[in-house]
Ligand binder design. Structure first.
Ligand code: PLP
Length: 330
């Protein structure tokens, strides 16, 4: 098996039922006005732990062998995947270790600790944290659960695609945030199996869009990681990428890139018009519509993928401040 298909996604759905929320799909009158087509929003930012990553993590944890369950799981993600894995492991009664560098802000560290994971602080970079992950796999037999490039993760995220077409049977176009591609690979596999001519659009920030650069190059490439309002879309696709790069290449119709002010406008619109608090990565579908970066034809659904934004940053953005994280980091 070299790809994730509908049967894998349906199996994942049965496996994670009861462990995740089936999130609502709501009409957006304001975006329908702007675009002239019916626009729907899927409120996946209401998922447990605040992001869709619980779907993939729960599907992976549910498939551990007895021996692996007894030893535990490990990852190096300090963002939404780390939170999801910590939660999924705790619910399953499995030990979870999250490795991170000493540069990770203490609020992120405490959030993951509060979900029941053990924290290992190692070195001063994500690469050094990954060295500790590899050691724990080798020496203590923990199982690494990666954030996107894993068939169990892709199948879990793909359950969103099934919920989308069931909520909007005449769906023509799906707008999906894109980073490592686990999310869009699973969704595209589900959607295209059910409705082959559905258009699937991936959306990334223009700053450090690793998958977009890889598609252009024809193979996975490394990009410089820069501060962005869509922080959950940062990071590479992995030079040894096995699952998501080929799936995105074969199944995704188009990739759209957004500037920081465009992403800010998406966050602002979600708050002021839809009354929803979403993080930058989750606002990109809405932002692409507002920026006129794609011409939707037919019923269109934007996936709001997560809510985990620093609330002080959110307040500044929705108050209309012109936030430039690059200048602030310099
Ligand atoms: C991880 C994440 C994404 C991107 O998912 P990939 O599978 O890496 O493409 C988008 N939005 C949010 C909120 C995320 O946490």
């Amino acid at each position: 098996m070299t790809t994730v298909g509908l049967a894998d996604i349906e199996a994942a759905r049965a496996r994670i039922r009861g462990l995740i929320r089936q999130t609502p799909v709501e009409a957006s009158p304001s975006l329908s006005d702007v675009t002239g087509v019916p626009v729907w929003l899927k409120f996946e930012h209401h998922q447990i732990t605040g992001a869709f990553k619980l779907r993939g993590a729960s599907n992976a944890v549910a498939q551990l062998t007895e021996a692996a369950r007894a030893r535990g799981v490990v990852c190096a993600s300090t963002g939404n995947h780390g939170r999801a894995l910590a939660h999924a492991a705790r619910v399953a009664g499995v030990r979870a270790v999250v490795c991170m560098s000493s540069l990770v802000p203490s609020n992120k560290l405490r959030a993951i600790e509060a979900l029941g994971a053990e924290i290992r602080i190692i070195g001063r970079s994500q690469d050094e944290a990954q060295v500790e992950v590899d050691r724990l796999v080798r020496e203590e037999g923990l199982e690494m659960i990666p954030p996107f490039d894993d068939a169990r993760i892709v199948a879990g995220q793909g359950t969103l695609g099934l919920e989308m077409v069931e909520a909007v049977p005449d769906l023509a176009c799906a707008l999906v945030p894109l980073s490592g591609g686990g999310l869009i690979a699973g969704i595209a596999a589900a959607l295209k199996a059910r409705k082959p001519d559905i258009r699937v659009v991936g959306i990334s920030m223009a700053r450090g869009a690793a998958m977009a650069e890889s598609l252009k190059a024809g193979h996975p490439v490394q990009v410089e990681e820069l501060p962005s309002l869509a922080d959950s879309l940062g990071g590479g696709v992995g030079l040894e990428n096995r699952w998501t790069y080929p799936m995105v290449r074969d199944l995704v119709d188009e990739v759209v890139l957004l500037s920081e002010p465009e992403i800010a406008a998406g966050i602002r619109h979600c708050y002021m018009e839809e009354r929803q608090v979403v993080e930058g990565a989750a606002a990109v579908g809405v932002a692409a519509l507002l920026a006129g970066k794609l011409r939707p034809e037919g019923p269109t659904l934007a996936l709001l993928s997560g809510a985990n934004i620093d609330m002080n940053l959110h307040l500044r953005i929705v108050s209309g401040e012109d936030v430039d994280l690059m200048a602030e980091a310099a």
